[in-house]
Design a protein around this ligand. Structure first.
Ligand SMILES: *[C@@H]1O[C@H](CO)[C@@H](O)[C@H](O)[C@H]1NC(C)=O
Ligand SMILES: *[C@@H]1O[C@H](CO)[C@@H](O)[C@H](O)[C@H]1NC(C)=O
Ligand SMILES: *[C@@H]1O[C@H](CO)[C@@H](O)[C@H](O)[C@H]1NC(C)=O
Ligand SMILES: *[C@@H]1O[C@H](CO)[C@@H](O)[C@H](O)[C@H]1NC(C)=O
Ligand SMILES: *[C@@H]1O[C@H](CO)[C@@H](O)[C@H](O)[C@H]1NC(C)=O
Ligand SMILES: *[C@@H]1O[C@H](CO)[C@@H](O)[C@H](O)[C@H]1NC(C)=O
Ligand SMILES: *[C@@H]1O[C@H](CO)[C@@H](O)[C@H](O)[C@H]1NC(C)=O
Ligand SMILES: *[C@@H]1O[C@H](CO)[C@@H](O)[C@H](O)[C@H]1NC(C)=O
Ligand SMILES: *[C@@H]1O[C@H](CO)[C@@H](O)[C@H](O)[C@H]1NC(C)=O
Length: 893
């Protein structure tokens, strides 16, 4: 009960937790939960209703880390440390200290004897969450729309300079799943777009940038967290289990796991599991996903953490490959209970979890810390995610806590506003521009409509985790947000640029307006979504109430303006696709501008484009369909089902443009669409074959060696409470009251398929990211892009792959595989772009061979389509002849 009272007292910080559990009687369940948690594990529960054919196959034991050469120096250092660690020190590495038990959203235990502090884990993927003096960068979806690898990198680099400056060891981003399978999915905007290659480049460039500053990046959420509602177990477990994403093996590899391979290939330090189940087994303890795919096939060397409060079993999660429990608590925070901490100590002492598994968990965490040089001159946290005050409780959830100096208000912004502005600007996607209405003259008479043009009148950070859609929509809501240091609102920027501006901030069209010929209306509309702990205007995270329509009657506002004004420009701030059919073809709607989610630089980045200082160069990172049911029912939101919501990915590989193309459904705006103020042409297109094709990659090398430790169960005294220990109530410790009394009570009921004998090396593995040959550049396309228009601009060249027509594998007709963006080209200017296509790009995942296979054909070529959007493909190169030519029939509707 006390925790409930405590939560009510600390309502702001606790409301997320209460919301998570809003569907049951929190207070009434307290006793039951405490009892359950201290007495048993919710491991290996019976699974309900997973459709026939979907199985959570067991994969044991966890492959140990350390066999990859690029990590060997860090593992050698970690081996010396972990080899000298006591049981309590090892357990400390693995378990968070508890929700609100330290300055950051997650804090690990420490090992002072080795100079390892409590590591600070902090959201988010677009800025350092819940603190001050930072930059609120544009969201992932905005970054994806730039189609600029260098900006993806630059944003990651700037983000981690800020993380490091605040003392964050492990930054919780980038998000590369959800991918956007469900157009209404709440968190699609945190990622880079509805395509695995775009998501893969977005994620891996961000990671490279982040980790260049010694910050450990965390890719999330592994895997298939595509819908927000029902994503979590509702405790007590078994009453309502988290949604089960049921996915076949090929779809998992080619769509959802694909960007994670890219992340691992570039050496990401941490992976966060998702809340949902996959094939009926929770992602935080799914042995096939963590042990099998992530750590064996993909050769992941870093640490795997749970998403917050998704840890649901002690022994089960350890055996399945989880390395770090975050924030450490059991099913309910603030009780001082954990599935790990002292319970992990017990499961080692009673012989149930093999010591070598704990050694590997600790080694992976310590090696990751060494890998990024955090043993040298890394700042401690100098901020608190729990309060904005200078001083506050060091451990807010402890009730009685010592006071700490928590916030130093370190300004970490540097010159990052300019990077944020550039990303937002280069993301702006022009979808319609009749009669060259844009760019505007600064002497135009502008009538601006819609509340989305102005700063939230209550202040840009008035809503906790941005859980309202009021004022300009710069980011969605939830843990993937950050506080705005300021909001540069569009209306302010427009007023700075133009002299004759009138603003109508209502979302209802004002009555009695008289339009004068020549007036130009700019209408701002938005569509929001976020994380499931908040419901905003009836949307429970996903766009469950609004659907794909603009919020606040945006369609009516546009239509009213279009009825009055001859020239209307529509600016859209959105988390994803919206339906524009009610007005896109209206003759007075001359221009449509998708500005995505621009973060703090919403104003200047937009006026940079509206007034023609820069040509637009953003492209849609998803398709905009004409109607929502152009997509199959399987990608709509799943409603309530008894026991467990089953979300079966029966559409397989066919999401977004892959589905529309398969069914010859013309979208309103195709994936990749984006206009410019100038025009471009391509010349000197050359395809070079670097390596002859073979169906299978060359055989992998066997794994290298991993650290070797003694496997004898340590002395129980290693987890006894140190004498005179200043124990903090409810804090999570590795210690046990009477450790020598711990004995095995009977035989542990291990899961089916459990084994301690390592599996043979999977043929598709061999290095970080899988078999290194998967990353061989098999073909290179070179193209000269020429600016044939009259103003400067940047062009994006995308490569869409079409498989040989005699391929035995049912494969989407075209798939994006790579892209490059030019520098700014002046009129007449040109640049040669060189774009590689890897073995993996050409391959399908063969479920029988369990390997990546190129459908090589003696007679039918691969086609490499080149263009600035999936709807504009008329130029292609053929793999067999090497011939490149234009004037071809478009491969898709
Ligand atoms: C899910 O079930 C499908 C169908 O049996 C199987 O192909 C796939 O490997 C399973 N995935 C996982 C992660 O267990
Ligand atoms: C303990 O640390 C020392 C000093 O770094 C090292 O030489 C030794 O190998 C370590 N012991 C083990 C068992 O790893
Ligand atoms: C475990 O971590 C806590 C801080 O979270 C620290 O007080 C304690 O000393 C650590 N234990 C050991 C054995 O290092
Ligand atoms: C830094 O944060 C503090 C507290 O929020 C604020 O008073 C101060 O103005 C900020 N400084 C800057 C430069 O933004
Ligand atoms: C060992 O301890 C763990 C953690 O308390 C417990 O889940 C497990 O059932 C125990 N095993 C045996 C055989 O008693
Ligand atoms: C806070 O950050 C500043 C600047 O990055 C750093 O110098 C300082 O050491 C940090 N504070 C602490 C307590 O480490
Ligand atoms: C473009 O302007 C011309 C001349 O003002 C007009 O006739 C034509 O209808 C306009 N086209 C569009 C698509 O608005
Ligand atoms: C897109 O490609 C077409 C040719 O297919 C070209 O006319 C046009 O200028 C390009 N547009 C942009 C924005 O690159
Ligand atoms: C192709 O590019 C041209 C020129 O930029 C543009 O007008 C057209 O809308 C584009 N088509 C698609 C389907 O993207």
């Amino acid at each position: 009960m006390s925790s409930v009272r405590y939560c009510l007292a600390l309502f702001v910080v606790c409301q997320g937790v209460l919301a998570i559990s809003a569907e049951y009687d929190f207070a009434g369940e307290y006793a039951k939960i405490t009892q359950l948690q201290s007495s048993q594990e919710f491991a290996f529960e019976k699974r309900d209703d997973v459709p026939a054919g979907y199985v959570a196959s067991p994969y044991y034991p966890t492959p140990k880390g350390g066999w990859v050469s690029s990590w060997s120096a860090a593992y050698a250092k970690a081996e010396k440390v972990v080899g000298n660690m006591t049981l309590s020190e090892k357990v400390n590495m693995t378990t968070g200290t508890g929700f609100l038990m330290g300055p950051c959203v997650g804090n690990t235990g420490s090992a002072p004897r080795f100079g390892i502090p409590n590591l600070c884990l902090q959201d988010s993927a677009l800025g350092i969450a819940a603190t001050d003096n930072i930059t609120a960068f544009p969201a992932g979806i905005t970054t994806g729309a730039t189609f600029s690898k260098s900006l993806m990198y630059a944003r990651g680099d700037a983000l981690s300079q800020e993380a490091r400056g605040k003392g964050v060891n492990i930054q919780l981003g980038p998000t590369i799943g959800p991918i956007g399978r469900q157009p209404r999915g709440g968190r699609n905007w945190e990622g880079f777009g509805a395509d695995p290659s775009l998501q893969g480049f977005g994620g891996s460039e961000t990671i490279k940038g982040m980790q260049a500053n010694g910050v450990i990046a965390t890719v999330k959420h592994w895997v298939a967290n595509e819908q927000e509602q029902y994503r979590m177990d509702i405790v007590p477990h078994g009453t309502m289990k988290a949604l089960s994403a049921n996915i076949d093996d090929r779809t998992l590899h080619e769509l959802y796991a694909w960007p994670f391979m890219d992340a691992i290939k570039v050496g990401v330090g941490a992976v966060m599991t998702s809340y949902n189940d996959v094939n009926g087994s929770a992602a935080s303890q799914n042995s096939k996903l963590i042990n099998g795919i992530l750590k064996d096939e993909f050769g992941f060397q870093g640490l795997v953490m749970s998403d917050w409060l998704s840890h649901i079993g002690g022994v089960s999660a350890a055996l399945s490959g989880l390395d770090m429990s975050m924030p450490g608590d059991g099913a309910i925070p603030f009780l001082g209970l954990s599935y790990w901490a002292s319970d992990l100590s017990k499961s080692i002492l009673n012989g149930t979890v093999p010591l070598e598994r704990l050694n590997d968990m600790a080694t992976r965490i310590v090696a990751t810390w060494f890998q990024f040089g955090q043993d040298k001159d890394y700042p401690l946290p100098n901020f608190s995610a729990n309060t904005a005050d200078r001083e506050g409780p060091c451990y807010p959830a402890a009730l009685i806590s010592p006071t700490c100096a928590v916030n130093q208000y370190v300004n970490v912004q540097g010159d990052h506003a300019s990077i944020a502005r550039q990303v937002s600007r280069e993301a702006i996607t022009l979808l319609k521009n009749d009669n060259k209405t844009l760019p505007l003259s600064s002497s135009a008479t502008l009538k601006v409509f819609g509340s989305d043009a102005q700063t939230n009148p209550d202040g840009p950070n008035a809503c906790n985790q941005r859980n309202c859609n009021k004022g300009v929509l710069g980011m969605g809501w939830g843990s993937g947000t950050a506080n705005y240091p300021y909001m540069d609102a569009p209306i302010d920027a427009i007023k700075r640029r133009a002299s004759a501006v009138t603003y109508y901030s209502s979302d209802s069209f004002p009555g009695g307006l008289m339009a004068t010929a020549g007036d130009i209306a700019i209408v701002f509309i938005s569509s929001d979504s976020g994380e499931n702990q908040h419901t905003v205007e009836g949307n429970n995270g996903d766009r469950s109430a609004s659907g794909l329509y603009a919020w606040h009657n945006g369609d009516a506002l546009v239509k009213s303006a279009a009825a009055k004004y001859a020239t209307v420009i529509v600016v859209v701030h959105t988390v994803g696709p919206i339906l524009v059919e009610e007005w896109a073809d209206l003759p007075s709607v001359k221009s449509i501008v998708f500005a995505h989610l621009p973060g703090q630089e919403a104003g200047n980045s937009l006026t940079d484009i509206l007034f023609g200082d820069y040509s637009p160069s953003g492209h849609l990172p998803y398709s905009i369909p004409k109607k929502e049911n152009d997509y199959p029912a399987s990608v709509s939101l799943k409603g309530f089902q008894f026991f467990q919501v089953q979300d079966t990915f029966s559409e397989g590989l066919y999401i977004d443009y892959r589905y529309l193309n398969k069914h010859s459904i013309a979208p309103r705006y195709a994936f990749g669409t984006g206009l410019s103020y100038t025009t471009f042409s391509y010349s000197a297109l050359i395809l070079t074959s670097n390596i002859p094709l073979s169906a299978l990659p060359p055989a992998r090398a066997p794994k290298g060696s991993t650290p070797i430790y003694t496997s004898a169960i340590p002395a129980a005294a290693e987890v006894a409470w140190p004498s005179n220990f200043p124990r903090i109530w409810r804090y999570l410790y590795p210690y046990i009251d009477n450790p020598s009394a711990i004995t095995a009570t009977g035989k542990y009921n291990y899961p089916a398929g459990y084994s301690t004998t390592p599996k043979p090396d999977p043929p598709s593995g061999g290095d970080e990211g899988g078999n290194p040959a998967l990353w061989d550049i098999m073909f290179t396309l070179s193209v000269t892009v020429i600016n044939t228009g009259s103003v400067a601009g940047k062009e994006v060249v995308m490569v869409f792959l079409q498989h040989p027509s005699d391929s035995p594998y049912d494969t989407p007709v075209i798939q994006l595989r790579n892209f490059e963006k030019t520098e700014t080209l002046v009129p007449g200017g040109n640049q040669v772009l060189s774009i590689g296509v890897t073995r993996r790009d050409l391959s399908v995942w063969d479920t029988v061979q369990q390997n990546w296979v190129i459908p090589v054909s003696a007679t039918q070529p691969f086609l490499f389509w080149i263009g600035n959007g999936s709807g504009n493909l008329t130029v292609a190169c053929e793999s067999l002849s090497g011939v490149c030519e234009g004037g071809r029939v478009k491969p898709v509707a």
